[in-house]
Design a protein around this ligand. Structure first.
Ligand code: CP
Length: 302
């Protein structure tokens, strides 16, 4: 992993994924260490973010690293017409590792091919969000005691939801049973379904949410990704497809946890927040430990 970019979750083997999760456990026990105090992390967010950017920055600072960067393309020289390649080549002069979010699918791969320092993909368009995937896996393992043989239910925008794409691919290592709930227009892309088939695993597709909840160990809710729709009218048709309420969890398995990469809009009612099954805010907290593990591994400090 040392000096290796993380662009897609498929860049890591199952053993490498497990290693990051195990390291994250040790950072959860002791998050403040000075192991990156001579390192500079660049945080380049061309697209909005709350959790990913701030948890990366918190993770880096708790390990003693300095953080530079920008939180919007509007405050960078992209506004003056600078290319992504020139931005990456420039920022690599100032940093040891670049964390980048961008709206274009494939931009992180392109950045990793031109960058002399490792790139961590913090989300590229509707494609991949591998660090969210690692914190999702960490949250699943922590709450279920295992990653193997679980019933995982994905709900919402499975077409444009990059967190779903990354997590589905990673769960193919763990004999998962997939339950895919979405509007017809927002089904999981064929390329991602092909991963499930190649792993010789099963998936079922549904449009209704309630009927599937009793079958699930993890209920992974997602936002309908308004910003990815080419036509706003199409978004209007599906924007209120799902609304999970507390009463809908009455027949859930006792071990069920509700995850969500956040931000949520209206797909989880706030009455769910008080349920012991709600785990989305703890999930966001786990992002700090997983990102500490990842940066420490890539920078060769663990
Ligand atoms: N989960 C996630 O990527 O959230 P942000 O968009 O706030 O970073």
């Amino acid at each position: 992993m040392k000096n290796k970019s993380l662009v897609s979750i498929n860049d890591y083997t199952k053993d490498e994924i497990i290693r990051i999760l195990d390291l994250a456990e040790s950072f959860e026990r002791q998050p403040r260490q000075d192991i990156l105090k001579d390192k500079v992390i660049a945080s380049l967010f061309f697209e909005p973010s709350t959790r990913t950017r701030l948890s990366f920055e918190s993770a880096a600072q708790q390990l003693g690293a300095s953080v530079i960067g920008f939180s919007s393309a509007a405050t960078s020289s992209v506004q003056k017409g600078e290319t992504l390649k020139d931005t990456i080549l420039t920022v690599s002069n100032y940093s040891d590792l670049i964390v980048m979010r961008h709206s274009v699918d494939g931009s992180a791969r392109w950045a990793s091919e031109v960058s002399p320092v490792p790139i961590i993909n913090a989300g590229d368009g509707a494609n991949q969000h591998p660090t969210q995937c690692l914190l999702d896996l960490y949250s699943i393992r922590k709450t279920q005691g295992t990653l193997d043989n679980l019933d995982i239910m994905f709900v919402g925008d499975l077409k444009y939801g990059r967190t779903v794409h990354s997590l589905t691919m990673a769960l193919c290592h763990f004999n998962t049973r997939f339950h895919l709930v979405s509007p017809v227009e927002l089904k999981l892309p064929s390329a991602v379904k092909q991963h499930i088939k190649s792993a010789k695993l099963q998936y079922e597709q549904y449009t209704e949410l309630s009927e599937v909840i009793p079958k699930a160990d993890i209920l992974y809710m997602t936002r309908i990704q308004r910003e990815r729709f080419p036509d706003p009218i199409e978004y209007e048709k599906v924007k209120n497809s799902y609304n999970l309420t507390l009463s809908m969890l009455e027949n859930a398995r006792p071990n069920l946890k509700v995850l969500h990469p956040l931000p949520r809009v209206n797909e989880i009612n706030t009455d769910v927040d008080s349920s012991p099954m709600a785990y989305y805010f703890q999930q966001a907290q786990n992002g700090v430990y997983v990102r500490q593990a990842l940066m420490a591994a890539i920078l060769g400090r663990v």
